[in-house]
Design a protein around this ligand. Structure first.
Ligand code: ZN
Length: 612
């Protein structure tokens, strides 16, 4: 985070120009005409399918940018874009200000009973920075979440919960100061006008024009189908949780601010282990070698470190990837450890994209970045299982980028892959972090060399699905709310938005929050980010990756023909073909939700449920 007044001023000053530039480029009649000329010439038929896809995508994006509109409507389109980017920025700034506008100073240690040491240290540090004695709690996630999960004082949990779920609204301790009611209404109205201007029935239709899902009806059916499977399980899990709270503390009504607390207790009671217990089995060098071994067995890849490559830090290493035939396919920089002034989180990014030009073919290069704890005192750094999974996830994106055989950057690797399909290769590779056969390649105790004990693996696998029904209905609540909100052209003010959310909860949720909950006022994914009418993508991609993996479960997780098939039909194709076509080519049929339901313990039935 580097937010400051000066940065905001500079950003807001540039924003209109950037928006104007994108609108102008998207509506550039000369470029559009040139592109159409290619599409309509006899030459088009002689292009290969990837080249045709590049042209088709360009034409589509020109149309979605309003290039076909008359002058007056073009101007209206540009004006809407300007207003939209302003309203979205306003939404984000309100949320940020509301989040930072509240904190709680605690001087009585007793109020913090139950908090883990790391959370206490963070709170003490926050107090020190404000020259206060004791502890300061804030609404940033690393401060907020441990309170909800561990603080035994229900009053403290309630205060923090109230401040958190009323951020940027007309409710709670900051009521009305950074209210997103008006920006939300504006954003929705502007999106609706934009969709109408381009001839779409709704913003959801507009959003799907660039996605794998075919129609709003298909998305809604997909989500409803998951609801019907997940909700009964979520209900049962919630009843168990209520029962547990009653037995352990005599709590009669489980409030919204109690759920995470008792869930954490129940989890500890049921699966008596922590991420820390797994660390000794995952020393970094062993995990890296294991990851390379997994993709060697799957796709025949050989990954070799290349010395004498300039990097931005001594921690960073460069690797080359060779395929089964010994051909060099690409390379990547691996930057594993946290350090000062490094951006947090884990991600894969493109350095070079595969590109054929007059002089030959430029091979793809990726950045793979994580923020693991650096090694200290000459000892290897030990990873949690979550961190191992993160590494596999990002490497999955990396393989999609690096193994592409498409020569045109616009549709090579992850480029041109629709938003709701791009997480398939990454979530897919995570599966190899959960199987005995693959874990045995690298999960060994860093001192004794003993493999991961069966009892620990069993606990780990069972804990993976703890309350998975409740987690899924929560995702479904968000996805359905988002999709319906953008699914018609009805004007909605803050009260109508709230009413729609209530309606969705009535159908989906098992936890009903208090009436003053204003979750939607901080739902930045859809109001400020790129997930508008697209939040369903998370679940959609999970279905795809689970179903793809189930083919390996059927044939063996290191079955060579299946591995080769995934390599050739998915990883090498990038965005050059329709993802449904690619998936069907790999799986032999369209995707089904069964595998996801089975993997998450929601259903064990072998019945064929239709998927996306
Ligand atoms: Zn990802």
């Amino acid at each position: 985070m580097a937010d400051s007044e000066a940065l905001r001023r500079a950003y807001n000053a540039c924003l209109p120009r950037l928006t104007e530039y994108h609108t102008e480029l998207g509506q550039n009649a000369a470029l559009f005409a040139a592109c159409r000329q290619i599409a309509e010439s006899p030459e088009y038929a002689r292009l290969d399918s990837a080249q045709q896809k590049v042209i088709d995508n360009m034409l589509r994006d020109f149309r979605l940018s309003g290039v076909d509109l008359d002058a007056q409507r073009k101007a209206e389109f540009a004006e809407i874009q300007q207003q939209l980017s302003r309203a979205q920025t306003r939404f984000e700034e309100n949320l940020l200000d509301a989040t930072h506008g509240w904190s709680l100073h605690v001087t009585d240690r007793e109020r913090l009973r139950g908090l883990p040491e790391s959370a206490l240290a963070l709170a003490a540090d926050a107090a020190r920075r404000q020259d206060k004695p004791g502890w300061v709690l804030t609404l940033d996630i690393p401060s907020y979440l441990p309170v909800m999960q561990y603080a035994e004082d229900a009053g403290l949990r309630r205060d923090m919960y109230e401040a958190f779920v009323t951020r940027a609204s007309e409710q709670g301790p900051g009521a009305g100061r950074w209210d997103n009611s008006v920006p939300m209404q504006e954003i929705l109205a502007l999106r609706s006008r934009l969709a109408g201007l381009l001839g779409f029935d709704s913003y959801a239709d507009y959003s799907l024009a660039r996605k794998m899902a075919e129609s709003p009806a298909a998305v809604l059916e997909f989500l409803q189908n998951l609801v019907s499977h997940a909700r009964p399980v979520a209900r049962r899990e919630y009843a168990e949780l209520q029962d547990f709270a009653r037995r352990s503390d005599g709590v009669d009504t489980l409030n919204a601010w109690d759920a995470a607390f008792y869930a954490e207790r129940l989890r500890r009671e049921r699966f008596d282990f922590s991420q820390e217990d797994l660390r000794p089995y995952f020393p970094v060098p062993q995990v890296i070698t294991g990851l390379f071994e997994v993709v060697h067995k799957l796709y025949g890849l050989r990954i070799l470190k290349r010395m004498a490559v300039d990097t931005w830090h001594p921690d960073v290493t460069f690797y080359d990837i060779y395929d089964r035939d010994g051909n060099l396919r690409g390379g990547f920089y691996l930057d594993l450890y946290a350090r000062d002034h490094k951006r947090g989180g884990a991600w894969m990014d493109e350095c070079r994209i595969r590109h054929r030009h007059a002089g030959g073919t430029q091979l793809p290069v990726a950045y793979l970045t994580c923020n693991f704890t650096p090694p200290v005192g000459g000892e290897d750094s030990l990873l949690t299982h979550d961190e191992v999974t993160t590494l596999f996830h990002e490497f999955g994106h990396g393989l999609h980028h690096m193994l592409t055989l498409v020569d045109y950057p616009d549709v090579a690797g992850i480029n041109g892959v629709p938003w709701d399909a791009v997480e398939l290769p990454s979530q897919f590779l995570e599966n190899w972090c959960w199987e005995r056969e693959s874990l045995d390649l690298f999960a060994r105790h860093h001192r004794t060399g003993e493999p991961l004990p069966a009892a620990l693996l069993d606990k780990m696998q069972r804990a993976r699905n703890f309350q998975s029904g409740m987690q899924m209905v929560r995702q479904l609540e968000f996805a359905l709310f988002d999709f319906r909100l953008h699914g018609d052209r009805q004007e909605r003010d803050a009260a109508a938005i709230q009413a729609l959310l209530e309606e969705v909860r009535e159908e989906v949720a098992v936890i009903r929050p208090p009436a003053w909950n204003r979750f939607q006022h901080s739902f930045a994914h859809i109001f400020a980010g790129g997930y508008a009418a697209g939040y369903y993508s998370y679940l959609w991609a999970e279905v795809l990756s689970a179903d793809a993996f189930s083919k390996f479960e059927e044939n063996g997780i290191f079955d060579r023909p299946t591995g080769d098939q995934f390599l050739h039909t998915i990883l090498e194709q990038g965005g050059a073909r329709d993802p449904m076509e690619l998936f069907t080519a790999f799986r032999g049929r369209e995707p089904r939700i069964d595998a996801l339901l089975r993997h998450s313990g929601i259903s064990t039935a072998e019945t064929a449920a239709p998927g996306p």
